[in-house]
Design a protein around this ligand. Structure first.
Ligand code: PLP
Length: 422
């Protein structure tokens, strides 16, 4: 880089300089709020100036157990004194225990660890297709998977190929065939879409990125019955809803709708490291044989050590129960706000979305106003403000964040718009 262009960047370690460097040297695939974070502890984040924020995002649930949870940090440090990455060319002494513990938590038989959520979704898609050919006699190359409109399962080219969001897809085709999209929450329409080519149904039990869209009660249980009736696989993507977020260890537990395959990620890495997994019944997992699938980092000793401790923390601290109890407080507090811009408050556990009327309030302005007042969140789908704090959050912080949201809403609908944080 020339001296000239280097000199045009702010040089001091100011927030502006970090933001300018991201803009100059990074990709523009996100539109972050104008805050530069430098430290985290529990349910709090701190910017480079030391200002404290209440975290209502939890890194899209990756930090569900809070930032730098001491037990998770300790587990990671302990592992770092022992063994790092060895690849799956060998056995290692955390992998089997992780698979046993995660499968046990889900009530399933076995587990295939990967790294990111999207990779675990890809793993599930491969498993479903092979199961379709080997066990359901679907003609080669014809297997279909039924998905729900409004889904978000990640960013690979096959996954965005069955997204209904134009901005995720534009300019990235061609996309692979083999996915049939039906409306979310409508079990009868889904059943009508099942054909002799259908291998599986793949849905999120609650659609997170679509705006914390909760399906009608009984939907998950209906899907279980439908898949049983047609002998096809039911796969839930609980990358975001899992590990306590929706008030149970897994969201499917609300309706006792155990799937044949379960996709887990985000919080499984304890907010420290990417860890995801496909968890399944043995007959489903056994479609994989040596060479058919893999990942250099998947299930590595460091990742497995952290993921095991994340599972232990979830259980020892009863975080699903905490999420269920505090979630009721959160929903009640949000529902108690009387404001004409609020169209709907919805959610489950410590996971709520507030739908705003775009004619009355701009969600980006609301998030900026919350940021100025010390609460971090981000809109989803233009019209929804999300509330997904770490599950360890104290009730006082939760209620303070809701109060600040109310104030921010008042400010954002007023005819003034400031977009910098002091
Ligand atoms: C339900 C769901 N599945 C999959 C993913 C993709 O996870 P990752 O970003 O780790 O690939 C996400 C991410 O938000 C998600 O919410």
């Amino acid at each position: 880089m020339s001296l000239q262009s280097r000199m045009s960047l702010p040089t001091a370690a100011s927030p502006q300089s970090f933001i300018a460097r991201e803009a100059r040297f990074g990709a523009k695939n996100y539109a972050p709020l104008p805050v530069v974070l430098a430290r985290g502890a529990g349910a709090h984040l701190f910017d480079t100036g030391g200002k404290r924020y209440i975290d209502m995002m939890s890194a899209y649930s990756a930090a569900s157990f809070g930032h730098l949870h001491p037990r998770l940090v300790h587990a990671m440090k302990r592992q770092l004194d022992r063994l790092d990455v060895v690849s799956r060319a060998y056995h290692s002494d955390n992998l089997g225990p992780l698979c046993e513990e995660l499968a046990g938590l889900a009530g399933l038989d076995c587990c295939l660890p990967m790294n990111t959520g999207a990779e675990a979704v890809e793993t599930a898609i491969k498993a479903a297709r092979r199961y379709g050919y080997e066990r359901l006699s679907i003609p080669a190359g014809k297997a279909e998977i039924i998905v729900a409109a409004g889904n978000f399962h990640g960013r690979t080219t096959s996954i965005i190929g069955f997204s209904s969001e134009p901005s995720y897809r534009r300019g990235f085709g061609p996309f692979p065939p083999g996915f049939v999209s039906v409306p979310f929450g409508d079990a009868a329409t889904l059943e009508a879409a099942i054909s002799p080519l259908t291998a599986a149904v793949l849905v999120e039990p609650i659609q997170g990125e679509a705006g914390i869209v909760v399906p009608p009660g009984g939907y998950l249980a209906s899907l279980r019955r439908i898949c049983d009736r047609h002998g096809i696989l039911l796969i839930f993507d609980e990358v975001q809803s899992g590990l306590g977020r929706a008030g149970r260890n897994f969201c499917f537990e609300h309706e006792n709708a155990k799937p044949d395959g379960l996709i887990v990620g985000k919080a499984l890495g304890g907010g420290l490291i990417p860890v995801s997994a496909f968890v399944a019944r043995r007959a489903v997992m056994d479609v994989f044989d040596p060479g058919s699938h893999g990942s250099t980092f998947g299930g590595n000793p460091l990742a497995a050590a952290v993921a095991r401790e994340a599972i232990h923390v979830l259980q020892d601290e009863d975080l699903a129960l905490r999420s269920r109890v505090l979630g009721k407080t959160l929903l009640a507090a949000l529902a108690g706000i009387d404001h004409p811009a609020i169209v709907e408050v919805r959610g489950k556990g410590l996971w709520a979305g507030v739908e705003l009327d775009p004619a009355r309030a701009n969600t980006k302005e609301v998030c900026l106003a919350m940021l100025r007042r010390g609460v971090l969140t981000k809109e989803t789908h233009e019209t929804v403000i999300r509330f997904a704090p770490p599950l360890i959050i104290e009730e006082a912080d939760l209620l303070a964040a809701v109060e600040i949201f109310h104030d921010a809403l008042e400010e954002a609908v007023a005819p003034r718009a400031v977009s910098w944080v002091g």
